[in-house]
Design a protein around this ligand. Sequence first.
Ligand SMILES: *Cc1c(COP(=O)(O)O)cnc(C)c1O
Length: 442
Amino acid sequence: MSQTTTDRYAASSQAHARAARLMPGGVSSPVRAYKAVGREPITIRKGKGAHVKDVDGNSYIDYVCSYGPLILGHAAEPVVAAVTKAVQRGASFGMPTQAESDLAERVIEAVPSIEVVRFVNSGTEAAMSALRLARAATGRDKVIKCIGCYHGHTDAMLVSAGSGATTLGVPSSPGVPGSVTGGTVLVPYNDLDAVRAAMLGHRGEVACMAVEPVAGNMGCIPPGDGYLQGLRDLCDEFGVLLLFDEVMTGFRVAYGGAQSLYGVTPDLTMLGKVVGGGLPCAAYGGREDLMRQVAPDGPVYQAGTLSGNPLAMAAGIATLDTLKDNDHDAYRKLDAATRHLEMGLGEAAESAGVPLYLTRVGSMLCPFFVNNAGDTVEDYADATRCRTDRFAAFFRTMLDEGVVLPPAQFEAWFVSTAHDLKAIEETIAAASKGFAAASAIA
Ligand SMILES: *Cc1c(COP(=O)(O)O)cnc(C)c1O
């Protein structure tokens, strides 16, 4: 890194040194520490639209978008207005408000599988709660999950859990009891034979199969043809509940999530990220007969002091209503912008002689730095063979050029409705330099 480059990040560097004394890694969530890209994190002061500004005053086009929630970009007008109005009426009551039903109606209308919904505060909580409900409803304990899929950091799911965990090279974590993960059966993503074998091998013991219908925590890996329907059929055959973790894909790949895009309906669905419009909010929901088993209608306990809080509800409602405007016009725009970016990245990589495998579903995108032209990425094993050293060089150059990306090969990129043609073109221009830097690494 040149001297000028160091100066460019002086305030971020100082801010990070202070934070690192106070908090593990100086962060509130591990991937933010930039360990996988060999440099210190930048510290953000503010964001507007497609851009964020760091504490040094550098401006970046942002493809992190808070890891997905900010589908309308930073400080989107309707969200700011709704949250401002809500906070003036009081931030939290611990008593019901109408806003919860207002958001619940929208969620139930949008997501095919959801007849009844419960709001929680994070995707982790949604996954933990849905898993509890699935176990209670079936009277079984085991869960099948895909290697490389992330369902939050709840104990039972923290096995081969993708992105953050993958990046750190810890397939699970100390402090997670073997007695808990012992009930978690692992299968490769996009492999129906492995699921059948797992269900046969644990016949009568499996409560649910949990899956990201589009994998987004080992890069972005779309489901193969017939994979999701195959899971539905196997679950029906073996009396296993199908859980779609749509925390990332819900309201992202389509208004009704991946289940509406691919036409496969799970029994339970987890939501998060976009549903809270950038505020802490998540949800789980599904068939009425299952959801009525949740307390206080039923015996499955799950609670939360700040759950359904009015600020998060307001941000979620404003986000969903904006996405729905003009017959869901936002999704056509997101699709066009992201496709443009995908093509530009592909051409820039080819010019630089960098083998790249690009995946995209709607406004989720991932450039995999594969070893050889023609290599594809269909599961976790493929993803982890990628050239993370090349990704890191690419990332650092992009940052210097004013584009901030999710700081690991195993993260999806997110495009927002605020990413206009100019932002996309600037990104592609920066990427030419990024790929040149990547190609310099043998
Ligand atoms: C982000 C994510 C989670 C966890 O959500 P948090 O709000 O970070 O706890 C769970 N599942 C998937 C698929 C995610 O992308």
